[in-house]
Ligand binder design. Structure first.
Ligand code: PAF
Length: 284
């Protein structure tokens, strides 16, 4: 895959592709790519002709005690994986290319930032939206693909695109999972063998809530208690939150319907895992 590090080179490559009539697809990532990222590339390729991926570990979205320094990095491996799935351009900028000076203007998320990940990681989503807005302005894609795994991130990016009138179609791609159901994440690399074995209990709890919903249970409280109950006693795991919310704004309601989702975050040893599952088909 052609790899470029400067904004000028990305713009020139995208301009040339567009002049040739190509529709531009974009998949922003922080690297350490796994099959989950590659399914985002596949989705982009299905919707566009020329797919650009970026690899940039964005310092603005990490809190002072988070894992910015130890976040896994493997640019060479990433390039090979992207090439194998038909990516045309990899943008891998330095920190200075994206933030040549202090970033004084940032994108402040809407109210959907106030709970869940946003409450536990203050400033995280302002960091995400700011870098995504900058990357959108650099790449100027027609379509951008993000994973459903980060449901709150997707919700806030969707709001940013709409409220700031960005001419970009957002595609949300279903969560890619390991054979035992654990959602693929670059941070899974931090898990010890025992932690990895028990981590899939999170998906088990979400599935349990989904099957209760499918069996007719609608009480948010009952569904949440069942989810939390399924995680009780899992060695090394503590639950940050387990909630049933409306999927489009992440607000908790008293009863669930076909537009709800169960969302959860747990601490597994030193590793934080998040996941979610949709209840119903989104039609409510
Ligand atoms: O989801 C991620 O990997 C990051 O939050 C993103 C969207 C690439 C922004 O840094």
């Amino acid at each position: 895959v052609r790899t470029v590090a400067t904004i000028a080179d990305v713009r020139a490559a995208v301009r040339a592709a567009r002049q040739g009539g190509a529709k531009i697809g974009f998949v922003p990532t922080m690297g350490a790519l796994h099959e989950g990222h590659l399914t985002l590339i596949d989705r982009a390729l299905a919707a566009a002709d020329f797919v650009v991926a970026s690899v940039f570990v964005n310092p603005l979205q990490f809190g002072p005690n988070e894992d910015f320094e130890r976040y896994p990095r493997d640019l060479q491996g990433d390039g090979a994986k992207l090439a194998s799935r038909g990516t045309r351009l990899l943008f891998a900028p330095s920190r200075d290319e994206i933030y040549p000076a202090e970033q004084r203007i940032t994108v402040q998320p809407g109210p959907a930032d106030s709970e869940w990940e946003g409450a536990i990681r203050p400033g995280h989503f302002a960091g995400v939206l700011t870098v995504v807005a900058k990357l959108f302005n650099i790449v100027s894609p027609d379509v951008a693909v993000f994973g459903q795994k980060d449901l709150q991130q997707v919700t806030l990016i969707d709001e940013m695109i709409r409220e700031l009138n960005m001419p970009i179609a957002l595609i949300v791609s279903p969560t890619a999972r390991d054979r035992d159901g654990l959602a693929l994440s670059s941070r899974n690399a931090y898990l010890s063998r025992d932690e990895r074995q028990n981590a899939s209990r999170l998906y088990g709890a979400l599935r349990k809530v989904q099957s209760l919903y499918e069996a007719g249970e609608r009480s948010t409280q009952t569904l949440e208690e069942a989810g939390r109950g399924a995680l009780e006693g899992v060695p090394g795991m503590s639950v940050d939150y387990f909630a049933v919310v409306r999927r489009d704004d992440l607000v908790r309601t008293e009863s669930a319907d076909d537009a709800s989702a169960a969302i959860a975050a747990v601490q597994m040893g030193r590793t934080r895992l998040i996941d979610n599952i949709l209840l119903g088909d989104g039609s409510a």
